[in-house]
Design a protein around this ligand. Structure first.
Ligand code: ADP
Ligand code: GLC
Length: 494
């Protein structure tokens, strides 16, 4: 396996000197970034938000040195060796720049990170057995950077994301460091739960294994640690911020989240999408088009039909671009497929996920040849073509912290049909730039599908809605201003 060259460099290099702090020095810690490796929306957000913030702040991103990262980065500079802690092995910290100048810290630990599989799962689809150590290592490295291990740079605020980075605020607190931390929940349902044995492995002080700490029903919860120890907690939409303070969506942490909310330490900030996702200029699109060019959109639809083996049709084309997991309401889609086909619609599915859902999708393709097409796998160029070619995107998520696919779909003139929850409720206006339905049941979903068929038959209204959806500005500007307020408050001058 090729390893990058690690140059020993202690002094500040030219780029570091030029980067000088404008606003705050922010360390953004994440387990995925779309530049190198992406499992879902967190990867997109981790690529876009730090770049948007970097216009006014000195931002650096910390990621594990997965194989995909090492295969793609160039000119890694060695920064420091981080010592072992309990069973967490020592590792090297290096840094590099992306082509467009984003500064990245990469954690080099061959044994922990250089594997085939996803950041979280083995190729067989099981959690990596040592995920506590892998992500304990990542979190601890963030705390060490905040503690000053890089002689050239020390953040004023650490921004951790989701459970894999959630021990960062905790390690800082246990070390008595006073660096403020912001912890963003992208999905409360993935908590990073481990048995008691992890306490010793991760060098966690005994006193922290407590209801006022990271203990969760006799287990170690990374997610709870993030919520408990961070100076401020955010999540990715306002509606989800409210939902998680209630038992139905609180995943057992609603009590603590209610406390944070009452203290004014929980906020919802809706994600944006990258402005480069643009059907007018996207180079990977079969045919570029803009609002009003409905012939261009039709040509993309024809290309998608060909690519997915669908028959020529004048009916609506429904799309699913999703991780195939329970959260996304895939079972509701499966339940309504027969109705969609018999009403004259067709469906394309692209995504990967739980094996049993992948298999059920494949069965649908066999049952409805020429009417249902699927690619089990994920390819971003294909996803963009599907957004561009489809008339509607199906997103009957049972819960959805934010959701990005519905916003991409809007940008590409595909109207989302979505359950009115979380970020879907905050980013879709029913009957204006998408369709919302009230409850996660097949009958409620079917009601919205009936409306979609009606809308498809009324081209004037359909095209007006498409135009509105495509014209929405959902960049990162607003979210950045909100995060800036959170950072300013966390560092004590907001
Ligand atoms: P989530 O993060 O819950 O999967 P989002 O809607 O926030 O949902 O983000 C989905 C992002 O991930 C989009 O960029 C989408 O194109 C992409 N995506 C969807 N399915 C997959 C998949 N199976 N593998 C990788 N990326 C995917
Ligand atoms: C999570 C959520 C999704 C959100 C994404 C980015 O994966 O499931 O709703 O859009 O994170 O914040």
């Amino acid at each position: 396996m090729r390893r990058p060259s690690v140059k020993s460099m202690f002094g500040a290099n030219e780029q570091t000197r030029q980067a000088g702090p404008i606003g705050h020095r922010i360390l953004f810690v994440t387990s995925e970034i779309a530049d190198f490796v992406k499992v879902g929306g967190l990867g997109d957000v981790s690529a876009a938000l730090p770049r948007a913030l970097a216009r006014r702040h000195d931002v650096r991103v910390l990621i594990p040195g997965y194989r995909e990262v090492l295969d793609q980065v160039q000119d890694l500079e060695w920064v420091a060796t981080l010592p072992a802690h309990a069973d967490i092995p020592s590792c090297d910290l290096a840094r590099c720049f992306t082509r467009d100048g984003l500064q990245i810290y990469v954690l080099l630990q061959q044994h922990l990170y250089e594997r085939c599989g996803t950041p979280y799962l083995s190729p067989e689809g099981d959690d990596w057995h040592d995920n506590d150590l892998r992500f304990g290592r990542l979190s601890l490295a963030a705390a060490e950077i905040a503690g000053g291990i890089d002689p050239d740079w020390r953040p004023q605020v650490v921004h951790a994301n989701d459970w894999p980075t959630a021990l960062a605020p905790a390690y800082l607190a246990w070390r008595g460091a006073r660096v403020p931390t912001v912890f963003t929940i992208h999905n409360l349902a993935y908590q990073g739960l481990f048995n008691r044995g992890s306490l010793g492995r991760l060098g966690i002080p005994d006193a922290a294994f407590h209801v006022n700490g990271l203990e969760f029903y006799d287990r170690v919860s990374f997610m709870k640690a993030g919520i408990f120890y961070a100076s401020h907690v955010t999540t990715v939409s306002q509606t989800y911020a409210r939902e998680i303070t209630r038992p139905e969506a609180g995943c057992g942490l609603d009590g603590l989240l209610r406390t944070r909310c009452a203290e004014g330490r929980l906020s919802g900030i809706l994600n944006g999408i990258d402005e480069q996702w643009d059907p007018r200029s996207e180079p990977q699109l079969y045919r570029n088009f803009e609002a009003g060019d409905w012939t261009g959109k039709k040509q993309n639809a024809a290309a998608v039909r060909r690519r997915f083996g669908l028959a020529v049709s004048r009916g609506p084309l429904f799309a699913v671009v999703s991780r195939l997991v329970e959260q996304k309401g895939i079972d509701l889609i499966i339940e309504t497929v027969d109705d969609i086909i018999s009403a004259g619609g067709q469906i394309v599915v692209t995504g990967t996920g739980e094996r049993h859902l992948e298999r059920r999708i494949e069965e649908l393709v066999e049952r409805h040849p020429g009417q249902v097409g699927a690619h089990i796998g994920f390819d971003e160029a294909e996803a963009k073509n599907v957004f561009a070619g489809s008339d509607f995107l199906l997103m009957p998520s049972r819960f959805e912290p934010c959701g990005l696919s519905q916003m991409y779909a809007q940008r590409y003139g595909s109207l989302p049909i979505a359950h009115r929850v979380g970020g879907l409720a905050d980013s879709i206006r029913d009957g204006v730039d998408g369709l919302l339905f009230q409850s996660a049941s097949a009958s409620s979903f079917c009601g919205a599908l009936v409306r979609a068929f009606g809308l498809f038959a009324e081209k004037g209204r359909l095209n007006r809605m498409r135009r509105t959806a495509m014209g929405r500005t959902v960049g990162w500007k607003e979210a950045c201003s909100d995060y800036e307020l959170v950072y300013a408050r966390a560092v004590g001058n907001g």
